[in-house]
Design a protein around this ligand. Sequence first.
Ligand code: UGA
Length: 451
Amino acid sequence: MYWRVRPFWAFEMEFVVKISVIGCGYLGAVHAACMAELGHEVIGVDVDQAKIDFLSEGRAPFFEPGLPEILTSAIATGRLRFTTDMSEVADAAVHFVAVGTPQTKGSYAADMTYVDAAVDALIPHLSDGALVVGKSTVPVGTAARLADKVAAGAPHASLAWNPEFLREGFAVQDTLGPDRLVYGVPAGDAGERASGLLDEIYAVALAADTPRIVMDYATAELVKVSANAFLATKISFINAMAEVAEATGADVTMLADAIGHDVRIGRRFLNSGLGFGGGCLPKDIRAFRARGEELGLGSSLAFLGEVDAINLRRRERMVELTRETLGGLEGKRIAVLGLAFKPDSDDVRDSPSLDVAARLHEEGAIVTVTDPEAIETAKRLHPELSYETTVADTVDGADAVLVLTEWKQYRALTPEDLSATAGQVILDGRNCLDRELWRGAGWTYSSLGRP
Ligand code: UGA
């Protein structure tokens, strides 16, 4: 399912680095487990005792395919442990900072509180020659600021920036076998040393010819945010085409297939539908824009405001489409399949699907929802919705079924599977169903951007 590196351990003992990972959320927990899987000695640190207890038992605090297996095996070998006590990192040579940079309340800027707190707490425990490596997604300029902090508090330590490009649902695979390695390092000997240490850590990926690009801090920070900005722009581009398709009777999925054959454009990340969500793309494009404003570059990044607006309009359109199809929402029974921001995840942060379900409820519909993994996380944010664990119970008596996250099991549904629905109406929020199959069975089928 994911890339096990163990069979390649011919050089297993050549490079074993003592590593700490500060912050054991999504990024940090995956990074810590994967570094131990590669053979390094890893200690994960987090201020949240409950999270540390969970991870110490080899359990992942979130759904991520493959993660529990490598957590359990790395803990069993003694190469991976977790603590809340920062002083225990003192003998590590490399310290990855992987704490969150959420959107600040009341502003678009990234909240840097956790990054600063992590580095401040780490500095007293840095040994001579230690390397602090930033992994969090940060506004450009942060690494230089933190390098000054490290230089002042621990003069014999240094700092590098090594952004992460993993995708949720493929996090283990992406961390063990990244498509590129980016090192942001200071000039001169300190930079050479930092690159050398990172090369030891990533020896397995480098042996597999993974491209490695060494650059300055600012470029490394920008590589990360511009990659996410590009991906978000690609999705909003195709969703803007969906708006045009809706007004003209064109079919956006055929359009995407046709333009995607041009290798300069490419078909990946051109799936139109409810748009992007999650803990990264939405807040990263907002933070990038906010940073642009601070730098006096508002016009250079103003287009990201449009990318965000197109993305949010898709959710409104989905509510509208449901209203139009049902002739109103008040008192209508609506079944929602899919709550996670994408399949193979239990993450509902800024999830378009959950947002649409909540809006339909606010508009007076009787909304029953389900998801293969995200029921518990969704309930915490929207306890007012009615939750069911099976598709059959969710669709029972529904006037309309909305498929909002394209889990494999929902893509495979047939009209016979949903015979309990009252209205035989299906709305496809991800353009993931076979339109002809549903219409052929007498259902009303509607989707975003397709007639
Ligand atoms: C994203 C990036 O893809 C990663 O490279 C990056 O490392 C990560 O953010 C991060 O910064 O940590 P992720 O948030 O896991 O990864 O999710 P994606 O696979 O990028 O999907 C994001 C959203 O876009 C989802 O809601 C998905 O449904 C939507 N999407 C994706 C579309 O609407 N259409 C597409 O064609 C592709």
